[in-house]
Every structure is written in structure tokens, then in C-alpha cells.
Design a protein around this ligand. Structure first.
Ligand SMILES: *Cc1c(COP(=O)(O)O)cnc(C)c1O
Length: 415
């Protein structure tokens, strides 16, 4: 059976995202199953030795070995590509393997990366510890400062890498402007779009060349599997990236691809509901005693609020709160008291989940970031990142209210 060509369904071009999220990429087998089949198989068999030889000679296009391609993984890739408006997609085992495969395929010894400073911790480790050993240098800029981008991209570069909104302070970067500068410098623009998801922001339409995801976050959205994806034009994704992907093997497992495919069916509904609750809680939190600042892209107080409204169709599912010290407590102690008093919201470093999750970036996700750099990113001991889930928003509000009271000095009784 040949590897099916994009797009599927055949009239995908005229269908809207919510329909594509449910139906994109499905190729029913002869059994006419309703749900997407799970092809839990390493390899595929041949009718004749001739056919096997022709497959390996790449004279015919068919499934041969699941490191190269697997029908369940193909369904996930096609569905996500349709949602993203991308020509091509390769699904990876984790978000970090998506970041690494994309970047590693674009650089060689002597290459230069220009990156926004506000990045996921493991990405910083790749840029600062792994790639320098290979002769690849990274220059950082403050993502929200246009002059720093202009200065850095006055010199040729191979890759520009950024996240927007950034983790955890939710800086919003001007994707179209940065892409223009990057292209003039000869760079390929890679955007980590985890916080926004394909539902709220489409970087390829704003000039990015590649989008990377951790599917572990909203795409699964129910805390079950790891996964990732690289999306972009056929020339890049099915060219340099595909060779590295197929030969080094950071592929998504079929079972995880199946779970994530089912995750995509509800992604637009979940993300919109979570973003509505996050927006609601963000403006409520801003008015609460003991809260020093709230960062949420769609709040008018956000420093890049207009830009966020222009390039995103929703403010996202994460609210970043900075708690004030009070009553002899430092802001660090206030944040710990707040987190310990939560009863509905769980303490966990994941995000995008149906369950609301809170984390203290300074001592968890960003504990290895140099303290000075952390401070320059705006992360303090009082900063709490809240990933808003799908619970009733009133239950979340009551939980946050009681935790705020507890961090002002009234300990919350254990039930
Ligand atoms: C989680 C995350 C990653 C890494 O994804 P994994 O699936 O954990 O490998 C990369 N970028 C951002 C913004 C993330 O939140």
C-alpha cells in the first residue's frame, strides 16, 4: 500500500480547522473502522523479493519500517500539518527531539544561531553546551527589543530561534518583523509555538519557516504521552530534516501517535475553553490583594498587549502571577505558601493539561538558569506559573482565593 499523499480528506482545502482536527489524515483500512486504526508494528511485509528490492531502492513509495514511516504516525502528521497550514510534518518522540532535530539539520561547524534569551531550559542547554562542541555558536538577544534583533541580524546567521509567548513570563515577540530581519541575514526561522498552539497562533503565516511543538503539552492535553513535531515547507522538512530524522531515529512511537491523534480531535475545543478560563482568572487575579503582577498576553496591562492581539487569536492557557511578600514573609515564602495551600490545582511542571497545574519556575523549570539571567527574564521568587485546565472556573477561582488568603498568613485548614 503506497504512503498516501497529502491532503486527506481530499477536499481538505475547503474545510475549517475544527473539521480537520477531527477528520484530517484518516486513511481507513479495508475494515472500514470508525476510529483511526492503531498500527502497532515495527515493519511491513512484501509480496515478492522484487517488491522489497524496489522499496529499498526507493523506486516505489510504501511503508517498509516504522523508523522511516508508520501509518498511525502519518495520520498524526497529516492532521497536525492541516491544522498548522504546513506542507509537511515530521512527528518526534518528544518536544526536545523536535527542537534538536530541526536545529541540528540546519547547522554545521561554523554556523551561527541567533536566539531570543527567553527559552525553554533544555533548549538553552542544547545551544550553550551541546552545539558549541560542534563549532556552532549562539548569540542571544532580548526577544522584545527590536534594536537587539537588528544589531544581531546585521551579521549573517543560519538559524533564528524563538518562543512566543515565552515560558514563563509570556513575552510576546513580533514574529513577522523578526522573520523579515532573519531572512535578510540568510537565516531559517524556527518558532517554538508550544504556548500558543496551532489554535491561537500560526507562525508560518507570519513568516516563520519551521514550527516546533512539544505534543506532550496541549496536543495530548490529558497528561498521557510525550511527543513532538517539526512542521514547515516540503523543501526543508522533507529535505535536510527528513534525512537526519530517518537515519538518527527520534521518531514518535505508533501508540503515542494514536493517543496524540485523538488529542488533536479535541484540541481546538479544549484550548479555547482553557484560554477563556485563563483570561477570566487573569483579570480576576490582577485585582486581588497580595498579587504584585499578572502576566497574560490578552490583559491590557501586558507590555506587548497590542502585538498579542494582532498575532494571536486568544491569550493562551497560562497565567503567570507574581506574588508580593507580606506580613514578614518574603515573596518566595508567599509563593510557597500559596502553592502549598492549593487543593484543586496540582503542583506540577507540565502545562496545557485538562488538570490545572501550578509551578514555581525559579526552583523547578528554571532552577538551572543563571540567577542573574533569571532575574533579567523577570522571574522572581514570587513568580508562579498557572496552567489553566478544564475544571469549572468557579472552583479554580475559589481554590486560588483560599490559597491567596493562606499566603497572606491565614493557613488553610486541611480537609
Ligand atoms: C515542554 C516544552 C518543550 C520540550 O518538550 P518535551 O516534550 O518535554 O520534550 C519545549 N519547548 C517548550 C516551550 C515547552 O514548554
Amino acid at each position: 500500500m503506497p504512503v498516501p499523499d497529502l491532503p486527506c480528506p481530499p477536499d481538505a482545502g475547503r474545510l475549517r480547522p475544527q473539521t480537520l482536527a477531527v477528520r484530517g489524515g484518516q486513511h481507513r483500512s479495508g475494515f472500514q473502522e470508525t476510529s483511526e486504526a492503531l498500527y502497532l508494528t515495527q515493519g511491513f511485509v512484501y509480496d515478492t523479493a522484487d517488491e522489497a528490492a524496489a522499496t529499498f531502492a526507493e523506486e516505489i513509495d510504501r511503508y517498509s519500517y516504522s523508523r522511516y514511516a508508520n501509518p498511525t504516525v502519518t495520520t498524526f502528521q497529516e492532521r497536525l500539518a492541516l491544522l498548522e497550514g504546513a506542507e509537511a510534518c515530521l512527528a518526534t518522540a518528544t518536544g526536545m527531539s523536535a527542537v534538536f532535530t530541526a536545529v541540528a539539520a540546519l547547522v554545521r561547524s561554523g554556523s551561527r544561531i541567533v536566539a531570543a534569551r527567553e527559552l525553554f531550559g533544555s533548549t538553552v542547554t542544547i545551544f550553550d553546551q551541546i552545539l558549541p562542541e560542534w563549532g556552532v555558536r549562539t548569540d542571544y538577544v532580548t526577544g522584545t527589543d527590536p534594536q537587539q534583533w537588528e544589531r544581531a541580524l546585521a551579521t549573517p546567521a543560519d538559524v533564528v530561534f524563538l518562543e512566543s509567548p515565552s515560558n514563563p513570563m509570556q513575552d510576546v515577540l513580533d514574529l513577522a518583523r523578526i522573520a523579515r530581519l532573519a531572512h535578510r541575514a540568510g537565516a531559517v526561522v524556527v518558532v517554538d509555538n508550544v504556548f500558543a498552539t496551532p489554535v491561537l497562533q500560526r507562525p508560518l503565516e507570519l513568516g516563520a519557516d519551521l514550527v516546533v511543538y512539544s505534543a506532550t503539552k496541549h496536543i495530548d492535553g490529558q497528561g498521557r504521552c510525550m511527543g513532538g513535531a517539526v512542521l514547515g515547507g516540503t523543501d526543508l522538512v522533507q529535505g535536510r530534516i527528513r534525512t537526519l530524522y530517518r537515519m538518527s531515529g527520534p521518531v514518535l512511537a505508533p501508540f503515542n501517535a494514536w493517543v496524540l491523534t485523538k488529542g488533536l480531535e479535541t484540541l481546538p475545543v479544549r484550548v479555547r475553553a482553557q484560554a477563556a478560563a485563563a483570561a477570566d482568572l487573569a483579570s480576576w487575579l490582577e485585582a486581588q490583594q497580595g498579587v504584585e503582577a499578572v502576566r497574560y498576553p490578552f490583559l491590557p496591562s501586558h507590555p506587548q498587549h497590542d502585538l498579542a492581539r494582532a498575532q494571536m487569536s486568544g491569550g493562551g492557557t497560562v497565567v503567570t502571577v507574581t506574588l508580593a511578600g507580606a506580613g514578614g514573609r518574603s515573596s518566595d515564602e508567599a509563593a510557597f505558601a500559596f502553592l502549598d495551600a492549593l487543593r484543586v490545582v496540582d503542583l506540577s511542571s507540565n502545562l496545557g493539561d485538562a488538570k490545572s497545574l501550578a509551578t514555581h519556575p525559579a526552583t523547578t523549570t528554571h532552577c538551572r538558569v543563571d540567577p542573574q539571567l533569571r532575574a533579567s527574564m523577570g522571574i522572581t521568587g514570587g513568580t508562579v506559573r498557572l496552567s489553566v485546565g478544564l475544571e469549572d472556573v468557579e472552583d479554580l477561582r475559589e481554590d486560588l482565593e483560599a490559597a491567596l488568603a493562606a499566603c497572606r498568613g491565614r493557613p488553610r485548614p486541611k480537609e
